[in-house]
Design a protein around this ligand. Structure first.
Ligand SMILES: NC(=O)c1ccc[n+]([C@@H]2O[C@H](COP(=O)([O-])OP(=O)(O)OC[C@H]3O[C@@H](n4cnc5c(N)ncnc54)[C@H](O)[C@@H]3O)[C@@H](O)[C@H]2O)c1
Ligand SMILES: [Fe+2]
Length: 386
């Protein structure tokens, strides 16, 4: 086996760990921080409490709170301008995957002169970025522990996938208490995203002995806790388990790979703008059904550990139970069909499919799928999930 495994060198997990922001920023030697966040975090007061912590640690802080869901190149440029104006030497990202990804790319854009479009792809960022602290509030993308970032190129309507060790946080503060405020639909969407990270990491052609246990833990925790977190938003045990699932799922997929679900999901997001987790969820059952034959025993193993199949089921029977399980999971979380969630009719959708299939393949993710699709097969799969 040959594998490369990158995670942040410091990960603090548990209730209240976000209170370590000031201490960790001091440890990193920050004098002036750029806090990258969004409007919700300002409204809930979390941004203010981060500023207070940093101020108490004698770290002056500039707040950039204009990150939009599915962050864009424009968001990165605007944040970078503030960072340069105030000469910040530390970046803190607080929020869901969107502010965290924007923070990651701002931190490397500060030290690399190339246009960010050139960072898209694998290991394309020449120099390390500024020290970076990430604090997730969704459970979640796992972005706080991944070396990946997704930024929309607004001119080309493409979600650029960047994967590079320089995108890793120096410190991740993984505090499930920050996720207690998630509304039900967000809990569902980010939770199925988490499950997808675990499943895709496990069946990926790049799965390895370091990522397998993390991927297994991710799907196990998600299957056992997502529905409870959705029905009982104040359930601390379920929220804690989901935050852990997101964190280990992030470590797994970033060091294995996501596959066809994520590959096909990004073009839907770039053009029609359903939330990232939702568009994954809408694809997950059908893409899994199509991919089963490429990794029967791996899908069967997942089906057994999430109790979608009994321990004594054959690999064929256990793996075949998975798509139906995923359809029922979606239904139990109020997630229906793609056509219900995008504001376009079928003709518009159809007219974009060739370009979407091309963008999916260009991202590199489908090539790690147990069965590698052609562009025509991707178009056909898009039609099926509509
Ligand atoms: N870098 C990675 O490894 C990675 C992995 C998966 C997804 N992503 C990216 O992450 C982005 C999606 O992130 P996300 O799904 O976490 O959502 P998000 O960050 O886009 O947030 C969605 C909405 O939920 C709100 N929100 C966040 N936390 C909340 C809370 N605790 N309570 C109430 N509201 C809250 C936000 O303000 C926003 O309005 C996408 O751009 C996706 O491509 C990145
Ligand atoms: Fe994802």
């Amino acid at each position: 086996m040959r594998a490369q495994f990158n995670v942040p060198s410091t990960i603090l997990v548990g209730a209240g760990t976000s209170q370590q922001l000031g201490a960790q920023a001091t440890r990193l030697g920050g004098r002036r921080a750029l806090l990258v966040t969004d409007a919700t975090m300002v409204a809930t007061g979390l941004a203010k409490s981060c500023v207070e912590q940093l101020t108490s640690a004698n770290i002056a802080t500039t707040v950039f709170s204009n990150v939009q869901p599915d962050p864009t190149d424009t968001n990165v440029r605007d944040g970078l301008a503030l960072l340069r104006r105030d000469d910040c030497d530390l970046v803190v990202g607080v929020g869901g995957g969107s502010p965290m990804d924007a923070a990651k790319v701002i931190a490397v854009a500060a030290t690399n002169d190339a246009p960010i479009r050139e960072f898209a792809g694998y290991h394309r960022i020449p120099r390390a970025g500024l020290p970076l602290i990430l604090i997730p509030t969704t459970a979640g993308t796992g972005s706080e522990v991944t070396k990946a970032a997704v930024i929309t190129d607004t001119e080309r309507e493409v979600k650029m996938m960047m994967l590079d060790g320089h995108l890793l946080a120096s410190v991740a503060l993984v505090d499930f208490e920050l996720s207690l405020s998630m509304p039900a639909s967000l809990t569902a969407h980010v939770g199925v995203d988490t499950f997808t990270h675990g499943l895709e990491a496990y069946v990926s052609r790049k799965a390895n002995a370091l990522t397998d246990p993390l991927a297994e833990q991710c799907v196990r925790l998600t299957a056992a806790n997502l529905h409870t977190a959705w029905t009982e938003p104040g359930n601390r045990t379920a929220r804690e388990a989901m935050m852990l699932a997101a964190c280990v799922g992030g470590m797994a997929f970033a060091n294995s790979s996501v596959c066809l679900v994520h590959g096909m999901s990004r073009p839907i997001g770039a053009i029609f703008h359903p939330a990232h987790g939702l568009s994954n969820a809408l694809l997950l059952p059908e893409i899994t059904r199509w991919s089963l034959r490429g990794a029967v025993s791996r899908y069967a193993h997942v089906a057994r550990i999430i109790n979608a199949a009994t321990g004594d089921a054959t690999d064929e029977a256990a793996s075949a139970a998975l798509p139906g399980y995923l359809e029922r999971l979606n239904a139990s979380l109020g997630i229906g069909r793609l056509r219900e969630f995008i504001k376009a009719d079928f003709n518009v959708f159809e007219s974009k499919l060739a370009a979407m299939a091309e963008a999916a393949l260009a991202s590199g993710s489908p090539q790690n799928n147990p069965v590698v699709p052609t562009a025509e097969e991707i178009v056909e799969l898009y039609r099926k999930v509509w």
